[in-house]
Write a protein that binds this ligand. Structure first.
Ligand SMILES: Cc1cc2nc3c(=O)[nH]c(=O)nc-3n(C[C@H](O)[C@H](O)[C@H](O)COP(=O)(O)O)c2cc1C
Length: 453
């Protein structure tokens, strides 16, 4: 069987993910593995895609092997998928699967993006392997990799693959898109500023959405069009920034990010959504923020999105947008799209951001944020010797809330557990458990009542 491996890691041959593929190649010598390197050679492939197209079209199985980068896949691999579509590569009916390594922080959305892209290309997608960075170093991880590949071969032998997510096609784009009107700019702007980080063309619908948003926004705003920024390239995953916070590229992005974007009181991201992605340029911006490590430096600030395009087909991207705000400890002010009622959606977003900034409104993190932060907490704790800035930040903000530190709570639970394991006591107090649990809450309500009186 011919397997075309798409090595999406910018680390090229030094990719950790690639090692799992090389391990499988060693274990399954009856199959031929051919490698393309979108992670490291995307500039080359952009110039001429013909050889890539040929290798892809000859494959029995296309194996996407990449590190999870910022909720999705590295920008270089986003670009490669764009090129597959632009060049009309015919991989219809070819099997596809994926292997990733990561710390499992939003591996789900990365895998969904690849699955959706495979569906677009008419491929037969087989569920992929999401491994932790260290898995291959353990016997259990080696077994999981081996079993995974045997499962893929079994599926191909028997014609099994995942059902397409949109078997009847996508929700069609609104044919007669509503006009976007420009209101009069607000006369008495509030204190504060919002930065709009965008990837847009002049005179596009998105440009108009940005203009309308700025007019509705009750505060000052500035726009950064990523097309004007002289990016030297996508994140290289070299970890050079891990201890110093400085990127190896000398295009000034890290300074720009800190001075022009993170200093604002609110951030709005604006892009056109297409093919389950914000586009490879915007993704490059996202990945390059790695120079900031895992420090949630914009915590507490509202984040919103202006999205042109068919958002109805993009639940995965909508989840990524919310998760990004939640993981950063930001208030998710919402997503305004241009599909059904852009005027009121844009106005709502602008006014909610104005409210959140002026009232310093935030919400507690939900599962997306709490779960994500726990992964980072454990990671930074282990890597504190290297990720010094992150470690300082996590200590300062009390992120190391390991459960074992709550000794009082644990001892209390032992006491309750001991009482409950006594049959007589259990019968006596069993029914009063919830009453006891709700007691401290009742005291708070009582205090609130008294304070009001
Ligand atoms: C720019 C960047 C973004 C990352 N984003 C994530 C992420 O969202 N979730 C995660 O679990 N790991 C993330 N990681 C960690 C990588 O997925 C992990 O280090 C991976 O094993 C690297 O594989 P590679 O050596 O094949 O490139 C990120 C790393 C970098 C450099």
């Amino acid at each position: 069987m011919k397997i075309t491996v798409l090595n999406g890691s910018p680390s090229g041959l030094n990719s950790i993910t690639l090692q799992t593929v090389l391990y499988l190649e060693a274990l399954f010598p009856d199959h031929s593995f051919q490698y393309l390197d979108p992670g490291a050679k995307i500039r080359l492939y952009e110039k001429d895609f013909s050889q890539c197209a040929q290798v892809l079209e000859q494959a029995d199985l296309i194996l996407f092997a990449y590190p999870v980068y910022t909720f999705l896949v590295p920008s270089q691999l986003h670009r490669f998928i764009e090129l597959m579509k632009e060049n009309h590569v015919n991989v219809k009916g070819t099997y596809a699967t994926q292997i990733t390594t990561s710390k499992h922080f939003y591996d789900v959305s990365a895998h969904q993006f690849i699955e959706d892209s495979c569906d677009d290309l008419g491929m037969k997608y087989i569920r992929g392997l999401s491994a932790d960075m260290d898995d291959l170093l353990k016997k259990s991880g080696q077994k999981e990799a081996r079993d995974f590949f045997a499962y893929v071969l079994y599926c191909m032998d028997h014609g099994h693959h995942e059902p397409a997510r949109y078997p009847f096609g996508y929700v069609p784009e609104v044919s007669d898109k509503p006009e976007i009107h420009l209101p009069k700019p607000s006369e008495h702007p509030l204190i504060g500023s919002t930065v709009i980080v965008a990837d847009y063309e002049e005179n596009s619908r998105l440009a108009k959405m940005i203009e309308a948003f700025r007019a509705y926004l009750p505060m000052n705003s500035s726009v950064v069009n990523l097309r004007d920024f002289p990016f030297r390239g996508g994140c290289l995953g070299c970890f050079h920034c891990a201890s110093s916070g400085k990127c190896v590229y000398t295009d000034g992005f890290d300074e720009f990010l800190r001075k022009n974007i993170q200093s604002a009181d609110a951030i709005v991201y604006a892009y056109t959504i297409k093919d389950h992605s914000m586009g490879s340029l915007f993704k490059m911006y996202d990945d390059r923020q790695f120079c900031n490590g895992h420090r949630t430096v914009t915590m507490g600030k509202p984040i919103g999105y202006l999205v042109s395009g068919n958002l109805h087909n993009e639940p995965n991207m909508a989840m990524v947008m919310e998760a990004r705000s939640e993981a950063g400890g930001n208030f998710h002010a919402g997503i305004a799209s241009d599909q059904t009622d852009p005027d009121s959606e844009i106005r709502r977003l602008a006014e909610v951001i104005g409210y959140a900034v002026s009232h310093q409104y935030n919400e507690p993190r939900n599962f997306y944020g709490v779960g994500g932060l726990k992964i980072f907490r454990d990671l930074i704790w282990q890597m504190q010797g290297l990720m010094k800035e992150d470690h300082r930040f996590y200590k300062k903000h009390g992120f190391y809330d390991f459960p074992q530190k709550k000794m009082g709570m644990m001892l209390g639970m032992y006491a309750v557990g001991a009482m409950m394991s006594n049959k007589k006591l259990n019968q006596k107090i069993g029914g009063k458990m919830t009453e006891g649990m709700v007691m401290p809450y009742k005291q708070i309500i009582e205090k609130a009542r008294q304070n009001k009186e």
